[in-house]
Design a protein around this ligand. Structure first.
Ligand SMILES: *[C@@H]1O[C@H](CO)[C@@H](O)[C@H](O)[C@H]1NC(C)=O
Ligand SMILES: *[C@@H]1O[C@H](CO)[C@@H](O)[C@H](O)[C@H]1NC(C)=O
Ligand SMILES: *[C@@H]1O[C@H](CO)[C@@H](O)[C@H](O)[C@H]1NC(C)=O
Ligand SMILES: *[C@@H]1O[C@H](CO)[C@@H](O)[C@H](O)[C@H]1NC(C)=O
Ligand SMILES: *[C@@H]1O[C@H](CO)[C@@H](O)[C@H](O)[C@H]1NC(C)=O
Ligand SMILES: *[C@@H]1O[C@H](CO)[C@@H](O)[C@H](O)[C@H]1NC(C)=O
Ligand SMILES: *[C@@H]1O[C@H](CO)[C@@H](O)[C@H](O)[C@H]1NC(C)=O
Ligand SMILES: *[C@@H]1O[C@H](CO)[C@@H](O)[C@H](O)[C@H]1NC(C)=O
Ligand SMILES: *[C@@H]1O[C@H](CO)[C@@H](O)[C@H](O)[C@H]1NC(C)=O
Ligand SMILES: CC(=O)N[C@H]1CO[C@H](CO)[C@@H](O)[C@@H]1O
Length: 342
């Protein structure tokens, strides 16, 4: 057992880009042109950062880091590789109920809404083939998913993304996650990846053009209970409910949703996804976590369609006798078909 050792686990944190520290991207009514200010973002008084929202949608974090070994061609950043995968984009919804725990809140209650709530979101899923290494991973494909609160139409999905809000993704999950672990005894870092969700992939009913997949998100063996909220900062791979939900309390941090059921269906043109679970969540923001905790029951659904503009591969379902799911170069791919650094 890993946890017999005094280890601290750090799951793939990204550093916070300097100048993007403004937590809410909302006071940006002047950001329309997107051309003007890249200059000095620490100008205003009181040390408040002003960020000009360029609405740049970032999807790089949807792939575990080891994919870079396979998707990067030295000297030719846009080149096609067999591990590029493909994207689905669509609408998502985040339903939840927050309950105060009977004990333990130092405040008299958390000021959270007690009724059922729903957040409308837009989201992007990436699906890519399993890479030859790391060899201890077994899912036939890797799925990454991000979603953010928005009232925009799907057609406006890129614009709907606020690049100034470091918390913009309410949801950011991968079925395979990178980990890094510091062992106090050896003073060494170890790195690796695990299938956080072991996917069971089967043909959907009689339809040989559709697969269903299912698994439970479980990285419980890989971290101590204290580290679950410790990733606050970039929210790399976690779920959270926006800070303004519970007055004065900060984000509700569901974190890596251990025990959550992840399931969905996939054809070459559509992806449905649902993530549901119940968890004890803490509060936190960039100023650090609080001690209060609540019980959150949540259910997230997503329905996406193939994003041909940003995908260099297409999916074949049931096309090969090796695997129900296989990937092929999209015929429409032009020289730099890659989506993930536009
Ligand atoms: C409740 O508070 C006690 C005492 O501070 C602590 O030991 C326990 O872990 C807390 N339980 C939860 C769920 O936070
Ligand atoms: C909780 O409520 C009690 C009684 O109303 C009050 O005396 C106490 O100050 C409150 N505690 C906090 C942390 O607000
Ligand atoms: C990625 O490439 C580096 C450098 O070649 C290598 O050390 C590492 O083992 C590779 N990682 C994986 C997961 O393939
Ligand atoms: C896209 O969203 C922005 C911000 O909500 C809005 O100003 C703009 O009109 C929208 N464009 C379209 C085509 O819906
Ligand atoms: C995988 O899913 C199929 C269909 O739902 C089910 O019959 C089978 O028992 C599952 N296999 C595992 C290992 O869970
Ligand atoms: C599969 O096909 C058979 C025969 O056509 C039909 O009776 C059955 O209801 C179908 N099952 C599903 C899950 O669609
Ligand atoms: C999906 O497969 C169908 C045939 O089953 C085909 O007509 C269609 O063009 C495919 N779509 C994509 C995006 O590859
Ligand atoms: C959290 O809420 C769920 C749903 O009501 C309940 O089943 C579960 O026992 C609760 N857990 C705790 C620790 O309160
Ligand atoms: C299916 O398997 C057979 C025998 O192993 C092989 O000859 C054939 O190429 C395979 N077809 C595909 C599409 O992988
Ligand atoms: C996430 C992403 O890369 N989206 C791009 C998809 O393609 C459209 C049209 O080319 C771009 O505008 C988006 O930025």
């Amino acid at each position: 057992m890993l946890l017999c050792q005094p280890v601290v686990l750090i799951f793939a944190f990204l550093s916070i880009p300097a100048g993007v520290l403004s937590r809410r991207g909302n006071g940006d009514s002047s950001s329309d042109s997107g051309t003007s200010s890249d200059s000095d973002d620490s100008s205003s008084s009181g040390g408040t950062y002003v960020c000009s929202d360029d609405h740049k949608l970032t999807t790089t974090g949807l792939q575990p880091s080891y994919y870079l070994n396979y998707t990067t061609v030295a000297g030719d950043p846009g080149a096609y590789t067999d591990w590029n995968g493909l994207y689905f984009q669509g609408e998502a919804s985040f339903d939840y109920v927050i309950r105060d725990l009977p004990t333990n809140n130092t405040y008299n209650g958390t000021n959270c809404p007690k009724d059922h709530r729903s957040i409308r979101m837009l989201g992007i899923a990436w699906v890519g083939p399993r890479t030859p290494t790391p060899s201890d991973l077994h899912n036939p494909f890797t799925l990454g998913f991000q979603a953010w609160q928005s009232d925009n139409s799907i057609a406006n999905i890129t614009y709907s993304y606020s690049s100034c809000d470091t918390d913009v993704d309410l949801l950011h999950l991968k079925t395979t996650v990178d980990w890094r672990e510091y062992d106090h005894e050896t003073n060494r870092d170890a790195k690796g990846s695990i299938d956080a969700v072991v996917l069971n992939v089967t043909q959907a009913g009689n339809d040989s053009h559709e697969v269903q997949f299912k698994g439970v998100y479980d990285i419980s063996g890989m971290r101590s209970t204290q580290t679950i909220f410790a990733s606050d900062g970039m929210h790399e791979d976690q779920i959270h409910i926006p800070a303004d939900t519970c007055r004065m309390m900060g984000d509700v941090l569901i974190g890596w949703p251990s025990g959550a059921l992840i399931k969905g269906t996939m054809t070459n043109n559509t992806l449905t996804l649902s993530i549901s679970g119940t968890t004890i969540a803490g509060f936190g923001d960039l100023n650090g976590p609080h001690d209060e905790q609540v019980n959150v029951t949540f259910s997230i659904t997503f329905m996406g369609t193939y994003d041909s503009a940003n995908s260099s591969q297409i999916l074949h379902i049931g096309a090969s006798n090796q695997s129900l799911v296989s990937f092929e170069k999209a015929t429409s791919v032009v020289a730099t078909g890659m989506a993930y650094y536009i």
